[in-house]
Design a protein around this ligand. Structure first.
Ligand code: PHE
Length: 346
């Protein structure tokens, strides 16, 4: 399985290490260093088998190349997965992260990491004890801190741009938005939307976490069939597929999850269904803008806000291109990312 996945991948190389003490697999996909060192978060998760984890890392790494190219950052793309038998806490978690920090350090800066699903600033602090090649340590430890408020803000701007394009107005009052996943990004998005006057529905596999947001809870099993203006996936990927798309009752799909489309054909399926899709790697770029902008590019808070708001403009451009060319929005985003990759590499 590993052989097939690596052979079929269009990235540069894969770093793999088995960690006998924890039973974890550390898998890093360096997808592209064409525009600069590869950057991308570290996801900690339990998978059915190591091949499923590698597949996730490789797909996510490709998404990072596109994400950073499309927003115009001078960085390549990569991603790491810590495939754990169970998400560790306490001393076991610290030791795993220390050994992982050593692995990242051994790459000499060709891969720079940051937080992702199930990892946060305390984890980045531990990794940062072993390597300087890490974003989003706590401010107390010299980092830029938790980026999730900017990921959420980028999605918020993206939802408004999407509503403007699909329905002619970006006013959230009277609109219903269903946020799937009440993790660090989803929970903050719920707040931004509610403050702007939207009716917010929320769902999470952990119902307690959903309830804690204060929004109206929808059972996880009912998400797809729930009537709403905007469906915002903010949890795992591949929720948009042949089986799920016909069940959707929304006008717009715009959320922070990475790799939302199971296959490229799902972009066309959404278009045929009359649903406007905000390409995931465009709308979810706020966290990367935070880490990379503040720590590498010398941005101040005001510049970061401007760039995060610009996510809405990038989406508007993608939608206009898709309309002009008569192609799915996912494909229009691919073309924009590909053009930036060639232009910048010239
Ligand atoms: N989880 C972030 C993302 O998917 C990863 C990231 C954070 C990358 C910070 C770089 C800096 O975009």
């Amino acid at each position: 399985m590993f052989e097939e996945l690596i052979r079929a991948w269009d990235g540069e190389h894969v770093v793999a290490r088995h960690d006998p003490d924890s039973g974890a697999w550390m898998l890093i996909g360096i997808h592209s260093t064409r525009l600069g060192p590869a950057m991308g978060g570290t996801r900690m998760k339990t998978y059915a088998d190591p091949a499923e984890a590698l597949e996730d890392a490789l797909r996510l790494a490709g998404g990072m190349t596109r994400k950073l190219a499309v927003v115009g950052l001078p960085c390549g793309g990569g991603k790491a997965v810590l495939a754990v038998p169970a998400v560790p806490t306490g001393a076991a978690r610290r030791r795993l992260l220390e050994r992982y920090g050593d692995l990242v350090d051994s790459l000499g800066g060709s891969f720079v990491t940051g937080p992702d699903m199930n990892t946060g600033e305390a984890d980045m602090d531990v990794i940062g004890e072993r390597t300087p090649h890490v974003f989003c340590r706590s401010t107390a430890h010299g980092g830029s801190g938790d980026p999730s408020i900017h990921t959420a803000a980028g999605v918020f701007h993206g939802i408004r741009a999407s509503l403007r394009h699909a329905l002619g107005s970006d006013d959230l009052a009277g609109r219903t938005v269903l946020v799937q996943g009440a993790g660090s990004v989803g929970a903050k998005l719920v707040r931004l939307l509610a403050d702007a006057g939207a009716a917010v529905l929320v769902s999470d596999v952990d119902e307690e976490r959903a309830r804690a947001t204060g929004a109206t809870v929808v059972p996880a099993a009912a998400v797809l069939e729930t009537d709403c203006d905007v469906y915002a996936p903010c949890a795992v990927g591949a929720t948009l597929n042949e089986g799920s798309i016909p069940r959707l009752r929304c006008r717009v799909v715009a959320g922070a999850a990475n790799n939302q489309l199971a296959t490229p054909a799902d972009g066309e399926r959404l278009r045929a269904a009359g649903i406007l899709y905000a390409p995931d790697y465009v709308i979810s770029s706020g966290g990367a803008l935070h880490g990379i902008g503040l720590e590498r590019l010398g941005w101040d808070a005001e510049r970061l806000e401007r760039e995060v708001a610009g996510i809405g403009d990038t989406l508007t451009r993608v939608y206009a291109d898709a309309d002009t060319e008569g192609i799915p929005t996912a494909e229009a985003a691919e073309r924009l990312a590909a053009a930036r990759l060639t232009d910048a590499a010239r």
